[in-house]
Design a protein around this ligand. Structure first.
Ligand code: DCP
Ligand code: MG
Length: 395
């Protein structure tokens, strides 16, 4: 008996929160991200703006050139989005007790047990969407399939406001036309190797014998890709799965040489990682910088801190010093991001209550400050308060 896994992903999340809270902005192109005229990138944009070819991680200057004059530009209010995220996760827990949050706007649910109570998968999916809409006034896209891979891909095919159910017997047809790059484990080394074999789609991958995949991708990845191409993937949903790391990275649509854009982007990544770490009560010692140059040359550098932290400024500072320590300056960058890991013994690496609304226990001074700032941002929203090192600070 196969499981029934549901993946839910909110539509244009930050932008939708802004349009929800400002009715006059609805139906209009809206960008959440850097200030026009400044350095920095688009965090996300409304579907009205996507029609002009604008998307996450595009430099703001480029977005401005493409978008019409009536476009609304908003700076991100992370704490507000984090609060909505918690509300949504709370709603999901009323649907199934087995919810695994994987990012600020996505989660997996095991809904295997619900068919006899609620009805067929499409009814369960419709119920999830309706409850989210009722609770927070936002649309979400839902995908349902026998495992995480299929559910995730399914939630993406009919965005926004989509609902896609892929029954086990349709998994093969569903996957066949998709580009093989959507499979897990396909990375910087693997993609070109498969391309050299003339592979474009998952259907093409399925034509290759296991032995060929093992030869070209190595034993582990070879088997993994072979299985996924046949729709076989992880179907375990674990609400308390201990995170190995929390990270955020951005791939630029065009290579970026401007150090100020790289700095802005790392600050954004530090804010996101810090915010999730604090909400989930993780303090980490190891900060990792990830950087990629055209086309697939990827480097990571790590630094172990004396004091475990979940502080935006500490994360950014460590990653930026790692960046500055290398002779990279001036080289056009394709991807940049940072992560935190090496959880401190006091947390034991155990994920605490993910959906807790209270501020985290105050720990070292920095974390207390960050928690206070989160609380103030929650309360007064928007740009009520900024850290000296924040991406929104003047200058
Ligand atoms: N985000 C960001 N920078 C990125 C990618 C995402 O700041 N490079 C933020 C803004 C998004 C949120 O994370 O609103 C969720 O990311 P998604 O990839 O789910 O994108 P959206 O929810 O905005 O759009 P979609 O409808 O495609 O899910
Ligand atoms: Mg989303």
């Amino acid at each position: 008996m196969s499981r029934l896994i549901l993946h839910v992903d909110l539509d244009a999340f930050y932008a939708s929160v802004e349009q929800r809270d400002h009715p006059e902005w609805r139906g209009r192109p809206l960008v959440v991200g850097a200030e026009p005229g400044q350095r920095g990138v688009v965090a996300t944009c409304s579907y009205e703006a996507r029609r002009f070819g604008v998307h996450s991680a595009m430099p703001i200057a480029q977005a401005v050139r493409r978008l019409p004059p009536e476009t609304i530009y908003v700076r991100p209010s992370m704490a507000r989005y984090a609060k909505v995220s918690q509300q949504v996760m709370g709603v999901l827990e009323t649907v199934s007790p087995v919810v695994e949050r994987v990012s600020i706007d996505e989660a997996y649910l095991d809904v295997s047990g619900l068919t006899s109570l609620v009805g067929p998968p499409a009814i369960i999916g419709a119920q999830v969407k309706a409850r989210i809409r009722q609770a927070v006034g936002l649309t979400a896209s839902v995908g349902i399939g026998p495992n995480r891979l299929i559910a995730k891909l399914a939630s993406d095919v009919q965005k926004p406001d989509g609902l896609t159910v892929v029954p086990p017997e349709q998994v093969g047809d569903f996957l066949a036309p998709m580009p093989f790059t959507v499979l897990r484990g396909i990375g910087v080394k693997t993609a070109p190797r498969l391309e050299r074999l003339g592979v474009k789609t998952i259907g093409d991958v399925r034509q290759l014998p296991l032995e060929t995949l093992r030869q070209h991708l190595g034993a582990r990845t070879g088997i993994q890709v072979y299985q996924q191409a046949r729709g076989l993937a992880d179907d375990r949903i674990d609400p308390a799965r201990p995170r190995q790391s929390i990270s955020r990275e951005t791939t630029f649509p065009e290579d970026v040489s401007d150090p100020r854009i790289l700095e802005e982007t790392l600050r954004w990544a530090a804010q996101e990682v810090g915010s999730i770490a604090r909400q989930t009560r993780h303090l980490g010692r190891v900060v990792t910088l990830k950087i990629r140059f055209h086309p697939f040359e990827t480097h990571t550098r790590s630094r172990t801190l004396k004091v475990p932290t979940a502080d935006d400024a500490a994360l950014f500072g460590a990653a930026w010093s790692l960046f500055a320590a290398e002779p990279w300056s001036g080289r056009p960058v394709r991807l940049i991001g940072l992560g935190i890991s090496g959880w401190s013994a006091t947390d034991g690496g155990v994920q605490m209550d993910l959906f807790e609304t209270a501020a985290p226990e105050p720990c070292p001074e920095h974390d207390r400050l960050a928690a206070t700032l989160d609380a103030i941002r929650n309360r007064f929203g928007a740009d009520a308060i900024q850290r000296g090192l924040s991406r929104r600070s003047p200058g």
